[in-house]
Design a binder for this molecule. Sequence first.
Ligand code: 13P
Length: 247
Amino acid sequence: MQLVTGNWKMNGLKSSLKEIESLVSGLRGRTRLPEILVCPPATLLQSLGPVIQGSPIKLGGQACHAKESGAHTGDISADMLKDAGASYVIVGHSERRTDHKETSSDVAAQAAAARRAGLSAIVCIGESEAQKNEGGTEQILAQQIQASVTADSLTPETAFAYEPIWAIGTGKTASLNDIDRTHSFIRARLEERFGLPGKTVRLLYGGSVKPSNAREILNLTSVDGVLVGGASLKADEFLAIIEGSRG
Ligand code: 13P
């Protein structure tokens, strides 16, 4: 089943709950749906619980600390996210790698913490514009796959998200050919690294996914879902993206 995920990033107040209410009512009665995940800021997780109850929507966190608890001011543990209603957590998003200097080995420790807490990780990888222009895309992706998660952190629901940094929030999307070629490369590395689980782990695309391009992206056989930023904030746009899924 495809996985359509909304990453709200640092957006959303209590008033945004109405977007999820609209999403819930827009989904009512629909069949052949993909798995649907919303990753709001952690402050909204608890209040979203009653809103999504009885709907197909699941909740996820956007990041977690590698430790279970302790003196880490401002951080959130995987157990806290689980306790607040999450079943997934995004790890290694490029914005975390940049803003918080998180390395792939930090990401691997966070993915392990997620697994211990009973969460499935969505592990983000992707090259910068400079790396792409230097022809370094495959090398950076291979390194990130090698170092950003260990085999014992995988669950049947674990996903990898290919998010080229130059496509995030820019309106530029990788071409269908590039997505397909890069996903095939990533899939081969995942199989090499993890064996059978590397064949089945879901591989999402992220980077300026919107209603106008979601269907063609989700129609690629190498794409098992999408990770959507800006267009996930509005119920009607997110719903249109969900409708583009193969289910
Ligand atoms: P945009 O969809 O806003 O480009 O963001 C992509 C992203 O970073 C999702 O995690």
